[in-house]
Design a protein. Structure first.
Length: 223
């Protein structure tokens, strides 16, 4: 079985990009400056208010992968060990590349992909007029096509959910957050044009998810 881990990084559009009616709708519950700041941060969570700035694919069997990311210049390079291809692209180009690559795999692995990455990928693709090549949200209770590790480690919602960082630390896996960058830093990194660091952050999430998948496969997957 060919399989791949997928992960995305997203960034909210500036609030000024929306018209007056949209801004009023988005900020209608923000009664204080703190509420406003929190609301603006959460806009990165929705495909109607944010864009994808990086998408990564990583094969847990070969430890090879690709990260496609937005940048202000054309970049095309490999990691020092040549295992990961880094490629810059516009969001539509990025999504077209992703949908072409995903067709080569029979199983894809995510962490909270059903709740975030997969619907985000599909809706953003529709918004920028790129047609998906496959359904990323197949039957939920069959992990043979889409193995969402958050579903697996909570037994489909039977126990409490934790974030990727927490599960990594619990299972003795190096957390992608251990290098001092979190999702809250992406807006600053993007504004500072530190695009390669965003790509590396995406790769960290991919590798951590792959390691967590190996733990699940060895100890928890059905015999």
């Amino acid at each position: 079985m060919s399989r791949v881990v997928i992960d995305i990084e997203t960034l909210a559009f500036p609030i000024e990009n929306f018209d007056e009616v949209q801004r009023e709708y988005l900020l209608r519950f923000a009664e204080s400056e703190e509420d406003r700041k929190e609301t603006l941060q959460k806009l990165s969570l929705y495909p109607t208010t944010a864009q994808i700035i990086a998408v990564g694919l990583f094969n847990p069997d070969t430890n090879k992968g690709k990260v496609i990311f937005q940048a202000d210049q054309k970049l095309d390079y490999f990691s020092p060990d040549e295992s990961v291809h880094f490629l810059s692209a516009t969001e539509p180009e990025m999504l077209a590349e992703f949908w072409n690559d995903i067709t080569h795999y029979s199983q894809f692995i995510t962490f909270n992909g059903r709740g975030f990455d997969c619907p985000f990928l599909m809706l953003r693709s529709a918004i920028v007029e790129v047609r998906p090549t496959r359904n990323l949200l197949p039957h939920r209770f069959d992990a043979s096509i889409h193995c969402d590790l958050l579903d697996q480690f909570t037994f489909y919602g039977a126990v409490r959910k934790f974030n990727l960082d927490f599960y990594c630390k619990t299972f003795g896996i190096e957390s992608p957050k251990s290098h001092g960058v979190t999702g809250l830093d992406l807006a600053r990194l993007y504004q500072e044009k530190r695009f390669k660091e965003i790509a590396e952050y995406c790769l960290g999430d991919l590798k951590a998810t792959a390691d967590l998948f190996r733990k699940w496969e060895k100890y928890l997957s059905a015999p």
